[in-house]
Design a protein around this ligand. Structure first.
Ligand SMILES: Cc1cc2nc3c(=O)[nH]c(=O)nc-3n(C[C@H](O)[C@H](O)[C@H](O)COP(=O)(O)OP(=O)(O)OC[C@H]3O[C@@H](n4cnc5c(N)ncnc54)[C@H](O)[C@@H]3O)c2cc1C
Length: 235
């Protein structure tokens, strides 16, 4: 498939193209689907880092439609990984629902990266939703002994049954949409003693992410380098 100008720009930015092949899929909940892939040489070429994501090129009625997805259980030895799709109306979401073994999809790797917080915080403060659950699970695995509080936005009843990889020292707080901002503002300040030592990770829709990032940096005075925020989808 030709990628059009977006593909050209990404290539100029040193993106790399790979073709992934579907090997299977599981319906995790009615609103969440996991698809398994072979990696077309991706993991050997790029290596793996926490919260790593790729840009997938979907076909939207003949037009290229690029969307980001986070690698789940990447295995460089086997050349395999999975992707988990939060399901809603959308071309990428629809593609995952129909994906069959043998189907292929093209991908570009550009823009992904990760820095381990240094120093590690006493508690990770994490805010996300089903689209960022794969990244949240990957983030928690970076510092498996560090406690974390996770505010998780739910839209559907089954969002509480998603595959959270949490342990006893992880405090998962589900908050129904659209009460996330209010809920976080009521609870987060109590968990920050020293703003300079805090670590806040935010990945929700773009509006929520922008609002919470401004709140954490301006109202709670957490320094920019201790806040990692990225809008994952446009509402
Ligand atoms: C770095 C990064 C990593 C990401 N990783 C993942 C991942 O691992 N799993 C995952 O599911 N998503 C992930 N996302 C989010 C995903 O790229 C977006 O949700 C994307 O918009 C889905 O594309 P689509 O073609 O299905 O829908 P679009 O064509 O983009 O949107 C169609 C409609 O669906 C709505 N919509 C889009 N996304 C959502 C959503 N998540 N929830 C509710 N409504 C939505 C839009 O507002 C619009 O009305 C990631 C995003 C980023 C930036």
């Amino acid at each position: 498939m030709r990628h059009g100008w977006e593909g050209v720009v990404l290539k100029l930015l040193r993106g790399k193209d790979f073709t992934f092949t579907v090997t299977g899929a599981e319906q995790v909940t009615e609103r969440y689907r996991r698809v398994h892939f072979t990696d077309g040489g991706l993991l050997a070429a790029t290596g793996v880092h926490p919260t790593m994501w790729v840009r997938l090129w979907f076909d939207n009625a003949g037009k290229p439609h690029q969307r980001a997805y986070t690698l789940v259980d990447p295995d460089p030895g086997a050349g395999t990984f999975s992707l988990e799709f939060a399901l809603h109306d959308g071309c990428a979401s629809d593609w995952s629902g129909k994906a069959q073994p043998g189907d292929t999809i093209e991908a570009t790797v550009q823009g992904t990266g990760f820095e381990v917080p240094d120093p590690l915080p006493e508690r990770m403060l994490v805010i996300g939703d089903p689209a960022s659950l794969p990244a949240i699970n990957s983030l928690l695995a970076v510092a498996p002994k560090v406690p974390a509080t996770i505010w998780f936005e739910t839209t559907h009843a089954t969002d509480r049954d998603l595959p959270f990889r949490i342990e006893d020292h992880h405090d998962l707080r589900t908050v129904p949409r659209p009460e996330l901002v209010e809920g976080v503002q009521a609870e987060l300040p109590k968990l920050i003693d020293d703003p300079a030592a805090a670590y806040v990770w935010i990945a929700c829709d773009t509006v929520t992410t922008r609002t919470l990032t401004a709140y954490v940096q301006k109202d709670l005075a957490v320094p920019k380098d201790r806040v990692k925020a990225l809008g994952y989808w446009r509402p």
